[in-house]
Ligand binder design. Structure first.
Ligand SMILES: Cc1cc2nc3c(=O)[nH]c(=O)nc-3n(C[C@H](O)[C@H](O)[C@H](O)COP(=O)(O)OP(=O)(O)OC[C@H]3O[C@@H](n4cnc5c(N)ncnc54)[C@H](O)[C@@H]3O)c2cc1C
Length: 380
């Protein structure tokens, strides 16, 4: 019997495995993907300053930093709304920070984590898919009868659907996010833009020599926008930004995915726990989802290291972990969901207060600092 089995060695499960690298425990991590690959297409992940600190401790950050263009610091975040007043600019220097956050590619981050894992003694098994997880027994897909047993199963498979005893709750926002790479006529200078439009928020995240675009819209509109010519796509994007951002030059890799809030309640069952996107998948409006998932991994690592071996996976250990994570999780879910209600909903009654909120945020330094800190480190 293993001490801990980690199902899913994505960015969150991989981070947990790294956090446990020096623990005197029998750990096995399995992932459905083949070594050196990712299952999904690439995407731009917005990492908070807090996430950077965690990846520094896990020796992932220096590996990522050694890859040219893999990390793009965000030095300014410009928040505005189309067709309404109110603008706020969060500036790293004003907060005494080198950067407000960082944009990294999912693939580059995964490669750095895999590389770091390969240098530890952790048993990582690629090409192994879990079919079910119950009471820390993992049944592996395909090979009938293959089971892995452990004291504790930590599920970080991105969906949490394989684990028994954990209910998932869903709230569909009725919108999809269209993501793409957008090239500009001029360098982006590390400035990220969040623009609230009648159709939903649009984010431009500086990444390498281009912007990672996350554009919320109705599913019907997305179907059209995935098909229109590059020129028509860029013209529509430019129209939403007006004078605020100009010089859209190229677009590539257009894809879309449905926007919904999904969360597990409870996050723990008999000898099992879900973390990362398996515990909560949030609307990307404030870039909180991945950072929250990474904090799940870090705190799970601490809880495992602190627990005596016999207590691993016990009801009291899992209840204590769930209680410890609850304020951060609920604050992240409520903050993100609240923002979607205020900023991703079009109503003439909301445009005015929304503009006022942005203007006040810009005019009151302590409010701006508090908001910036929430965006960077989380809300707990
Ligand atoms: C389509 C999409 C687009 C997104 N875009 C953005 C974005 O633009 N910006 C942003 O900040 N965040 C974005 N997110 C959120 C971000 O990707 C997640 O927060 C992050 O990937 C969570 O990491 P994770 O390790 O929990 O899950 P995942 O990244 O999903 O990793 C799960 C891992 O588990 C493995 N796995 C899955 N099932 C099994 C199984 N049964 N057995 C074994 N292994 C398994 C997978 O191979 C994978 O390696 C997006 C999410 C989605 C779904």
């Amino acid at each position: 019997m293993h001490d801990v089995v980690i199902v899913g060695a994505g960015p969150v499960g991989g981070a947990l495995a790294l956090a446990l690298a020096d623990a005197d425990l029998d750990i096995v991590a399995l992932d459905a993907r083949a070594a050196g690959t990712t299952l999904r297409g690439d995407r731009s992940l917005a990492l908070s300053h807090g996430a950077r600190l965690i990846f520094e401790r896990l020796a992932v950050w220096p590996r990522l930093a050694a890859v040219p263009g893999a990390i793009t610091p965000i030095v300014t975040i410009d928040i505005s709304q189309a067709g309404g007043f109110g603008v706020t600019r969060l500036v790293a220097e004003e907060q005494g920070l080198p950067a407000l956050g960082y944009v990294v590619s999912y693939r580059a981050l995964q490669a750095a984590i895999d590389e770091a894992l390969a240098r530890t003694g952790i048993d990582v098994r690629f090409g192994v898919t879990a079919a079910s997880v119950a009471e820390a027994t993992v049944v592996v897909s395909g090979e009938t009868g293959t089971e892995l047993r452990a004291r504790l199963a930590v599920v970080a498979d991105g969906t949490g659907t394989v684990v028994s005893g954990i209910a998932r709750h869903q709230r569909d926002y009725g919108q999809v996010a269209l993501i793409a790479r957008v090239g500009m006529e001029r360098p982006h200078g590390g400035v990220a833009f969040e623009r609230f439009t009648p159709e939903g928020p649009i984010a431009l995240l500086p990444e390498g020599d281009h912007y990672g675009l996350v554009w919320s819209m109705t599913p019907a509109k997305a179907e059209t926008m995935l098909k229109v010519s590059d020129a028509a796509f860029l013209a529509a994007l430019a129209q939403h930004f007006g004078e605020r951002v100009t010089g859209f030059a190229r677009v590539s890799e257009r894809r879309s995915f449905p926007l919904r809030l999904e969360f597990a309640r409870p996050t723990v069952a008999a000898r099992s726990v879900v973390i990362g996107n398996a515990a909560q998948a949030l609307h990307p409006i404030a870039g909180q989802g991945f950072n929250l998932g990474l904090r799940d991994a870090y705190e799970m690592g601490e809880a495992i290291i602190r627990a005596p071996r016999e207590a691993l996976g016990s009801a009291s250990m899992l209840a204590a972990f769930a209680a410890r994570r609850r304020p951060d999780r609920y604050a992240g879910i409520a903050f993100t969901h609240g923002l979607t209600r205020i900023f991703a909903t079009e109503s003439m009654f909301l445009r005015w207060p929304r503009g006022l909120a942005l203007a006040l945020l810009d005019a009151i330094p302590p409010a701006k600092t508090a908001f910036t800190r929430a965006m960077l480190f989380g809300i707990s």
